[in-house]
Design a binder for this molecule. Sequence first.
Ligand code: FAD
Ligand code: NAI
Length: 467
Amino acid sequence: MPDTFDLVVIGGGPGGYNCAIRAAQLGMNVACVETRATLGGTCLNVGCIPSKALLHATEIYQSANTIFPKLGVMAEDVKVDLAAMMKHKDASVEGLTKGIEFLFKKNGVTHISGHGKLLAPGRVEVTATDGLSRVLEADHVVIASGSEVMGLAGIEIDEERIVSSTGALALKKVPDHMVVVGGGVIGLELGSVWRRLGSKVTVVEFLDAITPGLDAEISKQFQRTLKKQGFVFKLGSKVTAVEKKKNALSVSVEPAKGGAGQEIACDVVLVAIGRKPFTQGLGLEDVGVVVTPRGFIPTEEFQTNIEGIYAIGDVTHGPMLAHKAEDEGMAAAEMIAGTAGHVNYDVIPSVIYTHPEVATVGKTEEELKEAGIAYKVGKFPFTANARARVNLDTEGFVKILADAETDRVLGVHMIGPEVGNMIGEAAIAMEFGASAEDIARTCHAHPTLTETIRQAALGVDDRIMQM
Ligand code: FAD
Ligand code: NAI
């Protein structure tokens, strides 16, 4: 006898677990199927959470050696205990994944351990690790199977010397030299972790700039800052092979547009050239769910081409971000329940958790130019912000782009201290359709880093007061 539910969610990551909880809140009988032993998906197990644990710990270590003495805090002989740092990271992951178990129990979501496969619309077979299988029946099935690491042709990831982000989060020793393939978010965050711990880090990026898609002015400043910190960049370059020697790796790097190559010796290579949707073993072809040539499941209002089967998060279009998956999970549950559900794709913030941080929301200058939209720019540097100055943390700036005619905020781009927390203000302003004048007239507490946003908003109308 199959078990019956109103909704079966395949995948227990930020998309799946939030969808399951929201649906249960709305009165549905929900099951969430997850292959991994723990809930939380890529984000909690091998993504957002472990990477931020290491970024935070290593940033404090670096500050102890650089900023602390300037503040009169003499933390002499500060050492790293890598095993203890990793233990903290693992404990954080364990605590948070158990937290999702708790939330499932609290909301009455049934957690089913095993691999989910669609047999037909409304029928999902779940095979547990012991090989036993059962069939679930549901009116609705949400696919939230996430994404996986994109490999580099001819280069085998062993997760010890040639690693993906997963291996880079669990190295047992600090590499002497790490070569990072891909100057995107993962490469720069995890490159920062190991550089702070003492590695030389060389980033090989195919394009002529790092972090494609970021506002170009922010990207340029970001690269300059990372270079000052010791990152070595080989832009417009590609890795064609990695030869494993007994005690070293030899990386073949060539100019992307052709020409003479070079060999770089290192002990760890991190492959971080993007992620791809994960749909293996889901049975999509058997039930006729369409996928794009790049493997994504296209949807309209979260529904696939098959009625009653939905897709959310990394496995479908849009940015591969945990909070985007979460938003889609909530909205899909609400729509399935027959209430209003909505995701505003124009206001999805994005943060790179390096130091300084990078945080953006909305349109970049390049996108506005391409769309032929006239805009005004307001900019304010952290060097002129009182709080940043007393903290000795003044690198970066805030830039606000507003419609030239209506003054409506179209994009906010920041590089600087704690901007990852500050971007929430910009997102709320944009959700409410704020003008730059609205932000400029909002009282901001003094002395805070957020005053930088107000001054940048004043700058849109050319009336910055504090510089
Ligand atoms: P996932 O989190 O990938 O979850 C999918 C789950 O489905 C997995 O647990 C998988 O085991 C399960 N599954 C797949 N197929 C089946 C099946 N057939 N049956 C049962 N279960 C199945 N994003 C941010 O917003 N902020 C960050 O700071 C951030 N940092 C990151 C750092 C790293 C190193 C990485 C790799 C990613 C990071 N991301 C970050 C991206 C973020 O992790 C993803 O966008 C997010 O996890 C996507 O959520 P999801 O629910 O769509 O998929
Ligand atoms: P990415 O898309 O951010 O960056 C990949 C980089 O590799 C790009 O700059 C690309 O031009 C380059 N590249 C591609 N092929 C190459 C090649 N053959 N040789 C050299 N360079 C090459 O992907 P990344 O960093 O792997 O991250 C994957 C996803 O995870 C991202 O979509 C991101 O959204 C998400 N993520 C988010 C984080 C956050 O929000 N803070 C942190 C980490 C990951």
